[in-house]
Design a protein around this ligand. Structure first.
Ligand code: KIV
Ligand code: ZN
Length: 512
């Protein structure tokens, strides 16, 4: 293709580095399949050497994904690189992404290495990686704050060793569009062998400019790969958001003139899946995937859109996968209709028994809620709704009493390692009483750092989707729970977070 732009998704690696966003192997696999449906060119599946869990996730994704290149991150040492290659073994198309910091600040204070030592390590790593996998990406971490002369030397050297993609991270989100674009252009002009590699941009969003900077890196700098994440998930303020950058390139093709492989009709489902899996709620006014992105509230706008859609709409909601909030299924819907709807939503369950279990949950919900929307179905099959082998706690039942002038009281029954236990507590409100009741039994000592409720399909009849973020001994996890009763949803979210605190092992940070 004449001028193709590569979309490199790093939701499963850089996105997962957001505190609390860590995902299980199965959650990652499920998102990777959705990214493949979206026709993402490269999926950065994880950082294989960081933990056994991440190694297994990269391996499972490498085995399962056929149409996208699967990539693992690795520091510039032989162990990380060998581990990445091992996890990627058998992939249809594999890439190793190796990185080392190159800014004076990071080299001196973090790595405590001289520029020559960094250079030597980078060159050796690329040489070693190149013998294991043909497709090698190199990133000078904190590249945008690095010295131009040193960056030119190190990048020329790694290209000579066989790096096929050079990624220039704005690790701390310090860049502004024009300067970042010129930075990439200068590198490409000054490095004699720059035409032997594809140039890539990787922008963090600390000043809210990650998408603009990435586009400038492409338009001014000539980069032909953008690294991005679904919903802009990522450390601190996140990364360049895939849905925004892709729709900017597609909607303004007249200006950018680039070809993309992405099928945008799967964007909204990918966004829902990532937000339900990680518990990172999408703000309503978020471009493309926010609930209000295509809603017209003011009379003038509504009138205009009814007369001619393009008066106020530059993209069509259905082109990015929005279906109108229609009632899709109800109490009388059968298993086949349910299965068909899952397929239409792009949800692939592993086995017939998984479909049966999801159908049972659907029937239970349909008994309590007459109208079932797509969002309800997605919540039903989200990973936190599915009990996992090894989960210590699960929800059984709850009763709570609250009345004006009285202190709310909750009594809850949960399963703890297969045994039913009852716990009780008072609290400031019914949710507080219920979670305190759980805590009375569990005694986790975890600190709650976030609690949020969202109406899944927008009205008081909808299910409440609750996210609970817990912190304990330096680890942060998110639990998500959905139920028409928000107190029950809260208890489920809390139990899910407690299960994650129990089960997930620590990992090595990619930057630190
Ligand atoms: O932001 C960054 O510098 C990174 C590198 C590991 C590529 O994510
Ligand atoms: Zn990053």
């Amino acid at each position: 293709m004449a001028d193709k732009l590569i979309i490199f998704d790093t939701t499963l690696r850089d996105g997962e580095q957001s505190p609390g966003a860590s995902m299980t192997r199965d959650e990652k696999l499920r998102i990777a399949r959705q990214l493949e449906r979206l026709k993402v060119d490269v999926i950065e599946a994880g950082f294989a050497a960081s933990s056994n869990g991440d190694f297994e996730a990269v391996r499972a994704i490498a085995q399962s994904i056929k149409d996208s290149t699967v990539c693992s991150l690795a520091r510039t040492n032989d162990r990380d690189i060998a581990r990445a290659a091992e996890a990627l073994h058998g992939a249809n198309s594999a890439r190793i992404h190796t990185f080392i910091a190159t800014s004076p600040l990071h080299m001196e204070k973090k790595l405590r290495m001289t520029p020559d030592q960094v250079m030597e390590q980078a060159v050796q790593a690329v040489r070693f990686a190149r013998n294991l996998v043909g497709d090698i990406e190199f990133s000078p971490e904190d590249g945008y704050r690095s010295e131009m002369d040193f960056l030119c030397r190190i990048l020329e050297a790694v290209i000579k060793e066989g790096a096929t993609t050079i990624n220039v991270p704005d690790t701390v989100g310090y860049a502004v569009p024009e300067l970042y674009g010129e930075f990439i252009r200068t590198l490409r002009e000054r490095i004699p062998n720059s035409d032997k590699a594809i140039w890539s941009v990787h922008c963090h969003n600390d000043l809210g400019m990650a998408v603009a900077n990435s586009l400038a890196g492409v338009q001014i700098g000539g980069a032909r790969q953008i690294e991005c994440t679904i919903n802009g998930l990522g450390e601190r303020a996140g990364n360049c958001s895939l849905e925004e950058v892709v729709m900017a390139l597609k909607t303004r093709k007249d200006y950018f003139g680039l070809e993309l492989g992405i099928d945008p009709r799967h964007i909204v489902a990918a966004s829902r899946m990532v937000s339900q899996t990680t518990g990172f709620v999408v703000q309503p006014n978020k471009a493309v995937v926010g609930a209000n992105a295509f809603a017209h509230a003011s009379g003038i706008h509504q009138d205009g859109v009814l007369k001619a859609r393009d008066t106020y709409e530059i993209m069509r909601a259905e082109d990015v996968g929005w279906t109108t909030n229609k009632i899709v299924l109800g109490k009388l819907s059968g298993r086949n209709a349910f299965k068909q709807r899952l397929q239409d939503l792009g949800v692939q369950l592993e086995s017939e028994s998984d479909i049966n279990a999801a159908f049972t949950r659907f029937k239970e919900l349909a008994d309590r809620k007459s109208e079932i929307f797509d969002e309800d179905i997605l919540a039903l099959v989200s990973q936190d709704a599915v009990p996992e082998e090894g989960d210590q706690y699960s929800f059984v039942s709850l009763s709570q009493h609250s009345e004006t002038g009285e202190r709310p009281h909750a009594s809850i029954v949960i399963q703890d390692n297969g045994t039913e236990v009852r716990a009780e507590s008072d609290g400031n409100g019914p949710v507080d009483a219920s979670l305190k009741a759980i805590e009375n039994h569990v005694k986790s000592g975890a600190e709650m750092v976030l609690y949020s409720v969202n109406a899944i399909s927008g009205s008081t009849e909808s299910q409440g989707e609750v996210t609970v973020r817990l912190q304990n001994s330096g680890r942060v996890v998110n639990g998500v729970g959905a139920d028409p009763d928000i107190v029950v949803a809260s208890a489920k979210a809390y139990l899910s977070a407690l299960n994650k605190l129990k089960s997930k092992s620590d990992r090595v940070a990619a930057q630190g």
